[in-house]
Design a protein around this ligand. Structure first.
Ligand SMILES: Nc1nc2c(ncn2[C@@H]2O[C@H](COP(=O)(O)OP(=O)(O)OP(=O)(O)O)[C@@H](O)[C@H]2O)c(=O)[nH]1
Ligand SMILES: [Mg+2]
Length: 428
């Protein structure tokens, strides 16, 4: 549990217009008094003050429990220069009972004090990390409690239906009607079905969060590396006239129409005796197999192997600036002139969106941690529904309830906290 008063720079380190320094714990109020030389200002109002001769800045005072962490919190907004921030941190360090915060410690205290459930705490980390619009939107929905609400509802329904089912079975020869058990079991099956549907979302939430894997494959010299460079708008891969230039899988993270995409360039696919190139081809195939989307790039000016077409989600014919022996089915592109590049980007974005937004407005599963817990809940619930003995059913229902409760932090919180907050930055 919370120990002592913590402080940290909450804004990014380095030179900036304003730096925000946050203090949380019983020493927050005294820190305001010492640094300003005055009594605590009115709660939640920005007050301009001289700060221990270091700088002039705004002071915000949030008495607990109406604060982010639930404890007394003070925030100092000072000029964002290194010397100012260093002097402020040194002044705080000199105060009795104050120590630097650990990564994620502010948010952890908020969870421990019941201000946030774990899914909302994770959403804060995701909002801080969000690099694309889709990541931001998803994180904000989770922050607004969409997931917490869904999981808490399942948990409450499980507890209730479980209690009825157990009572009905336990007292089956007394005056609880048999239909009570049947109704409770029907309710449990319905919850199981909802959990399974939520799990079966083709990982779209996790893909938004972690990025969708798009791999470019094709025969040697088709222009795969040229395409990856054009999409990434950077020279990430070597382009050369020699067929068989690329050997390793070259990865680049990019934002495509608001989605995080991990784009991969691969070795040209062909039969080869050369050991290094053969290893490159093996890696290319493996990467394509493990990808969410595969783009096949072919050279329209040459005869091409039709076998590859089946392995691709998007088929593109490059080198439209050269004469083509015949018409080609698929997108037409010239990386030399730029013809067709915008249309291709639009086509890829549409595929990515299709893949990620299959479920409309329902909250999506965003983390493997949630997935594991829900899978555990679903199998316990499946066993419970099949159980013949009331004791076994009750035990499995308890397991299912606890597995879901772990997602929002209703149970087993302590053991989970360390694992979750270690990924936070200091000052959050
Ligand atoms: N005429 C023409 N040449 C192109 C076009 N796109 C790429 N090239 C050229 O084709 C050659 C091969 O391009 P790369 O991008 O290295 O092809 P790759 O598919 O990565 O080749 P490997 O790595 O060997 O499999 C280079 O000389 C490029 O300049 C195009 O649209 N038109
Ligand atoms: Mg290449």
């Amino acid at each position: 549990m919370a120990d002592g008063t913590i402080y940290a720079l909450a804004s990014a380190p380095g030179r900036a217009g304003v730096a925000v320094i946050r203090v949380s714990g019983p020493g927050a109020g005294p820190s305001v008094e010492t640094l300003t030389g005055h009594r605590r200002p009115a709660p939640r109002q920005a007050t301009l003050a001289r700060l221990a001769g270091i700088d002039e800045g705004l002071v915000l005072w949030f008495p607990g429990p109406a604060s982010f962490t639930g404890e007394d919190v003070a925030e100092f907004q000072v000029h964002g220069g290194r010397a100012v921030v260093d002097a402020m941190l040194a002044a705080l360090a000199a105060l009795p009972g104050l120590r630097p915060a650990e990564a994620g410690e502010f948010t952890r205290r908020a969870v421990e004090n019941g201000k946030l459930d774990l899914t909302r705490a994770e959403a804060i980390a995701d909002l801080v990390d969000a690099q694309t619009e889709a990541q931001r939107r998803q994180a904000l929905r989770q922050y607004d409690g969409a997931l917490a609400e869904l999981y808490e509802r399942w948990r409450a329904d499980l507890v209730q239906a479980g209690a009825w089912a157990e009572a009905g079975i336990d007292f089956s020869d007394e005056d609880i009607p048999a239909s009570v058990v049947a109704d409770a079991k029907a309710k449990l099956s319905e919850i199981l079905e909802q959990i399974q549907r939520h799990l079966d979302d083709s990982s779209s939430g996790e893909l938004v969060r972690e990025g969708i894997h798009l791999t470019v494959i094709g025969p040697p010299n088709a222009g795969k590396s040229s395409l990856v460079n054009a999409l990434a708008r950077r020279d990430v891969a070597i382009v050369a006239e020699t067929a068989g230039t690329t050997r390793d899988v070259i990865e680049v993270r990019m934002d495509l129409g608001g989605y995080a995409v991990i784009l991969a360039d691969t070795a040209g696919l062909r039969e080869t005796e050369e050991a290094v190139e053969a290893e490159g081809v093996r890696r290319a195939r493996a990467r394509a197999k493990a990808s969410d989307l595969v783009l096949l790039l072919l050279n329209g000016s040459e005869a091409q192997d039709p076998a590859l077409v089946d392995q691709a989600d998007i088929v593109v014919w490059n080198k439209a600036d050269l004469p083509w022996p015949r018409q080609r089915a698929g997108l037409r592109l010239s990386l030399k002139t730029g013809e067709g590049l915008d249309a291709l980007i639009a086509a890829i974005t549409a595929k990515v969106r299709d893949r990620l937004e299959t479920r409309g407005e329902a909250p999506v599963l965003s983390r493997p941690r949630h997935r594991h817990a829900l899978e555990e809940a679903a199998s316990a619930l499946t066993r419970a529904l099949a159980a013949r003995q009331p004791e076994l059913m009750a035990e499995d229902l308890r397991l299912a309830t606890r597995a879901i409760g772990r997602i929002t932090g209703r149970v087993d919180v302590e053991e989970l906290l360390g694992a979750i907050f270690k990924d936070f930055c200091v000052g959050k």
